[in-house]
Design a protein around this ligand. Structure first.
Ligand code: BG6
Length: 486
């Protein structure tokens, strides 16, 4: 279904995000017929270049980041004709009158300002958007993570944006929420009668959330070193996943109904105090090793400094202190340069209450629901069955396996495709509300503070492994193990 006619103003239009994600996503939506003919993309950057030069750059990005099977000459041509480039100084005055003139041609249209720039520029840009009278009733602003580096700095950023835009106009992106498989979590939980009655501490033993990457930080070590895994992945993506697993059923899919429930989860997270931080968290930093078949350098070599204590891996034992989840650990882990690229949620159920089989039948493993977010998206439900054959009653653990690739032939859209169209539609369900961001920082800040005060540096791990052995100990102390096998 086509969206309303819009002007999408992209700040940071020559940056990496625009190249890899935004322009390919908009192109694909155009190819799908969702973008009306009149819609425009206004690319804003400091570069002094004519629109036709900028458009050549976009054409090169499409050639690089959109598979050949999806590149149709007629559509590429139509897409490139949508662009207008404006040279503008985000923190000065130059170019703003030009932008006002371009947008002023269609004042009634949906107008989305996409700030694909660092958060230190959000305030300055919004202030100028306001001062130049560019905020119309149909305007919205999209901000990328990280929103701040702590609760305090997030407040400063959110205040600055909030001075110009109403909360209903602010779209804080967490691209994990746009992933098909993440949205499927809601379908799985709330469109099936099967799970909800047992979705609680009485039946669930623990939950694991893993977001493992094989990539290192090469190319973005400068940014990454000021962030680290806790800020880069846990404060946003992983806590959002935790919320979707743990939240109460919202009354509807309306933005506030869903966000109210997520907020309650964030506020129920048990604080990790300084005294518990060594017991409940593990941070690591990769050393040289092998990944994807080749030798790779360590984090400090990539950074070009020997004294960084930034973590590239983190494992945490979290708890949601409420009626539904009391006593159920949520084990979280994420890292760069791990053994394989896999994001998944494992819900491990409690053991059966009574064993009726002969010991020779073998042990009964717990039922597990594994939601694989990427790659090989799918859902597996591990069950015990009788091993077929005449050997008597022998039990086996096997998965009921639903793979998205096998079940559906359509390409799953990239998260940004969905999210950009939701911005145009004005639908905020998959975007973070300000109080969610604050609540997430309120849980993360004390961990950061405790690490800072601690004299123990991050534990080294070899690139291409599953992280420091202390992360294994974190869960094995509780008599459980990480599930690396799906
Ligand atoms: C980003 C982080 O938000 O998410 C990156 O800044 C990380 O460090 C990326 O690599 C992971 O996203 P995806 O979609 O590849 O899982």
């Amino acid at each position: 279904i086509a969206v309303d006619v819009f002007d999408m103003v992209v700040f940071g239009a020559t940056g990496d995000l625009a190249a890899r994600k935004l322009m390919p996503a908009l192109y694909r939506r155009d190819l799908a017929g969702q973008i009306p003919p009149e819609a425009r993309i206004v690319a804003v950057s400091r570069r002094r270049e004519a629109t036709r030069v900028y458009v050549d750059t976009v054409a090169r990005w499409l050639a690089e980041f959109v598979p050949e099977t999806e590149r149709e000459d007629a559509c590429v041509e139509r897409f490139l004709a949508r662009f207008e480039h404006v040279t503008l100084d985000a923190t000065g005055d130059e170019g703003w009158a030009d932008l006002a003139e371009v947008l002023g041609r269609f004042p009634e249209r949906v107008r989305a300002f996409y700030l694909a720039v660092g958060p230190d520029l959000f305030g300055a840009i919004c202030e100028r958007i306001g001062r130049h009278g560019l905020v119309t009733p149909q305007a919205r602003v999209v901000v990328e993570k990280p929103v701040g580096k702590s609760g305090e700095s997030a407040r400063v950023v959110n205040d600055a944006v909030g001075k110009v835009f109403d909360e209903s106009q602010i779209f804080r992106i967490d691209h994990y929420l746009g992933k098909e498989t993440v949205q499927n979590l809601m379908a799985l939980r709330f469109a099936n009668a099967l799970f909800e009655p047992i979705w609680n501490a009485a039946h669930i033993d623990h939950v694991q959330i893993t977001v493992a990457e094989t990539l290192g930080v090469a190319g973005r070590a400068g940014y990454y070193d000021t962030s680290g895994a806790l800020r880069d992945m846990v404060q946003n993506h992983i806590l959002q996943l935790l919320c979707l697993v743990a939240m109460e059923p919202p009354v509807s899919l309306s933005a506030d109904a869903v966000r109210d429930e997520k907020l309650k989860v964030l506020r129920s997270l048990k604080p990790i105090e300084a005294a518990g931080v060594d017991h409940l968290t593990v941070r690591g930093q990769y050393r040289a090793g092998a990944s994807a078949g080749g030798a790779v350098p360590g984090y400090l070599d990539e950074l070009g400094r020997a004294d960084s204590t930034t973590e590239t891996f983190v494992a945490i034992k979290a708890e949601v202190q409420n009626w539904r989840w009391a006593g159920v650990p949520f084990y979280l882990r994420t890292g760069k340069r791990l053994a394989s690229r896999v994001s998944e949620i494992v819900v491990s159920f409690r053991p059966v209450p009574h064993f009726i089989f002969e010991p020779s039948a073998g042990p009964v493993a717990n039922n597990r629901l594994v939601i694989r977010l990427q790659p090989d998206e799918g859902v597996k439900l591990w069950l015990m069955i009788k091993d077929p054959g005449p050997g008597g009653m022998r039990l086996q653990h096997v998965p009921l396996d639903m793979s998205f690739a096998d079940a559906f032939s359509d390409r799953a859209p990239d998260a940004y495709e969905r999210l950009l169209m939701d911005v145009v539609r004005g639908t905020q369900t998959l975007f973070m509300r300000r109080d969610e961001v604050d609540a997430a920082w309120a849980w993360v800040d004390p961990i950061l503070a405790a690490w800072k005060a601690s004299s123990t540096p991050p534990r080294p791990y070899t690139a291409g492994t599953w992280g420091p052995s202390a992360a294994v100990a974190l869960i094995e102390r509780d008599g459980r193990t990480w599930q690396d096998d799906g």
